[in-house]
Design a protein around this ligand. Structure first.
Ligand code: SAM
Length: 242
């Protein structure tokens, strides 16, 4: 039981809508230490996973999925029906080059699917929600880092800025940049917005049943707040073809 199971189930529900039916072939780019590839394989997809992180590759191999330790830009393999970026597209140094490479890996009629985070869509309410949740979880002893290195910043918005726009930090792409780069290269593009914050908090909780219960409760709360218009969705999902 892992808090990440909540996020994997949420992603899988999206993939059931966004992917062609099994046994389509899928290349998961930036798999991380996740069970998503194994879960997709279990419902009939032919999945290969890649990551530049050796530990992530070892983890995914142990879940029974062929995984390769390689930088996406250097990955060459048989054509696939889907190139799936799971929170990895924003890391690609050159979005255009990454998307061109993805296109080159696709079968005729194949598609690119990306599940991402659009940090620029956050506002004060987002930051206040996250800071409140972190404070409660830290007080309850569930969040051991107590809000991370940014916690000393008292103002939630300042904390959000420090965390997501670190000075001199690795340049991560914003959601809008990713959508524009995809639209410039594919004819049919669908973009959805979705809850995301629960993933960031959930991945810092213990890998216990309690951690999973908290993550599920947080995911449900975020979804309800998004649906009622009280909180902006900061997750984005992109599906591109043609
Ligand atoms: C934010 S993590 C997402 C992990 C996992 N997919 C998830 O959703 O929890 C981004 C992952 O992309 C990987 N990554 C970053 N750049 C990459 C590249 N050029 N080629 C392959 N993997 C890459 C990182 O090592 C990391 O595991």
């Amino acid at each position: 039981v892992r808090p990440a199971d909540v996020a994997v189930a949420d992603t899988l529900a999206y993939l059931r809508r966004a992917l062609p039916p099994p046994p389509a072939s899928v290349l998961e780019v930036g798999c991380g230490r996740s069970d998503l590839a194994a879960r997709a394989q279990a419902i009939g997809y032919r999945v290969t996973a890649i990551d530049t992180d050796e530990a992530a590759v070892q983890y995914v191999r142990r879940t029974g999925v062929p995984a390769v330790h390689v930088d996406f830009h250097h990955h060459a393999g048989p054509p696939v029906d889907v190139v799936l970026f799971t929170r990895s597209l924003h890391h690609m140094p050159d979005l255009g080059a990454a998307l061109e490479h993805a296109r080159g890996l696709l079968t005729e009629g194949g598609r690119v699917v990306a599940e991402e985070f659009a940090r620029e869509l956050a506002d004060r309410a987002t930051a206040t929600f996250v800071a409140g949740v972190e404070a409660l979880l830290a007080a309850a002893g569930a969040l051991e880092d107590g809000g991370g290195p940014e916690a000393p910043a008292a103002d939630p918005w300042e904390r959000w800025r420090v965390r997501h726009y670190p000075e001199g930090g690795h340049r991560l792409h914003e959601g809008g940049e990713m959508v524009r780069a995809v639209r410039a290269r594919f004819r049919r593009v669908e973009v959805e917005r979705c809850p995301y914050l629960y993933r960031q908090v959930g991945e810092r909780l213990d890998e216990t049943e309690r951690g999973q219960r908290i993550t599920q409760a947080l995911a449900d709360l975020e979804r309800r707040l998004v649906e009622s218009g009280s909180l902006r969705p900061v997750g984005i999902r992109i599906r591109a073809e043609g």
